[in-house]
Design a protein around this ligand. Structure first.
Ligand code: A2P
Length: 297
């Protein structure tokens, strides 16, 4: 039966849970608590990033959660991402990666993603990630926020096809062209901000479906993503919501209702390349979180 343990097989044969917890915009302490609560309540996938500044808290939460749930490290699937400001050659990327492992308190990660395709460095950085993969330090590699042009260029150069492209995906932003392109290359899409940063929760169509199925708006959206076969990492810092978000396996939306949500697509991205600068005036890659405005706020 479908559940938090359900996996998808990535293009290199590694199995990845289809549903997990994300920790964007969450400080170390809160990340620790929400990650531990998620694992205790059956989540088997955790998604973080260097850019979030919470890998230490995430690592502490993993340790705590595994202990409370009586699970082993190998039961869990951990994703983290290469920071824009640490892209570069193998020496630079492997140093960044080792620091991430140290902060996470882990000796490998399951999936290492390039967070954004920084134009001048993403090909070189991806080759460095391929080397980390060949060295067995990561079980799979992939990318995030890649449009089709950049993905096409990457595929021309890459020796290893990315396993995943993690994109903003929610009812009002369904990335149809990117999804079709990625699927045709056996690249799985993972959804970040699956609830539209919370904004989709108040959509009247979602609200009507929530009443019809006697579920919360979040459950309707997450179930829709499940039925669309999109891997989902959803953020909540409240244990009750962490639990509620995972209770989507005992009902299903009719095809007609899936279609109703499909029709909400407006191509409305909350955050995209144009919203922040790749490079500071000195030519260095912009590092600060301030460079990443969330245009929804
Ligand atoms: P909170 O952390 O206070 O629970 P997304 O994953 O699309 O970025 O959305 C995350 C946002 O949605 C967070 O602000 C989170 O708030 C909120 N959220 C997550 N789950 C629920 C839920 N079940 N009900 C209401 N809000 C939720």
């Amino acid at each position: 039966m479908d559940g938090l343990h359900s996996t998808i097989t990535l293009n290199n044969g590694v199995k990845m849970p289809r549903f997990g917890l994300g920790v964007w915009k969450t400080d170390n302490r809160t990340s620790r608590d929400s990650v531990a609560a998620a694992i205790k309540n059956g989540y088997l996938a955790i998604d973080t990033a260097r850019q979030y500044g919470n890998e230490q808290g995430t690592g502490a939460g993993i340790k705590l959660g595994l202990g409370q749930a009586g699970l082993k490290r190998s039961d869990l699937f951990v994703t983290t991402k290469l920071y824009n400001g640490e892209q570069g050659d193998y020496d630079q990327v492997s140093k960044a990666f080792e620091n991430q492992l140290k902060d996470l308190g882990l000796d490998y990660v399951d999936l290492y993603l390039m967070h954004w395709p920084v134009d001048k460095t993403y090909i070189e950085s991806y080759h460095a990630m391929e080397k980390l993969y060949r060295e067995g330090k990561v079980r799979a590699i992939g990318v995030s926020n890649f449009d089709n042009d950049r993905m096409e260029k990457l595929l021309e150069e890459a020796e290893i096809i990315p396993a995943v492209n993690q994109m903003e995906f929610n009812p009002t932003n369904q990335e149809r062209e990117i999804l079709a392109f990625d699927q045709s290359h056996d690249i799985e899409m993972t959804a970040w901000s699956p609830l539209g940063g919370g904004e989709s929760l108040t959509n009247p169509v979602i609200d009507a479906l929530a009443k019809k199925y006697d579920r919360s708006a979040a459950q309707i959206i997450l179930r829709w993503e499940w039925q669309r076969d999109i891997i989902t990492v959803v953020k909540s810092t409240h244990e009750k919501r962490i639990i509620q978000n995972s209770q989507i396996f005992d009902f299903s939306l009719s095809d007609e209702d899936v279609q109703k949500i499909n029709e909400l697509d407006q191509g409305k991205r909350g955050l995209w390349y144009d919203d922040f600068q790749w490079h500071n005036s000195n030519g260095k890659v912009a590092n600060g979180i301030d460079q990443w405005p969330d245009t929804r706020k």
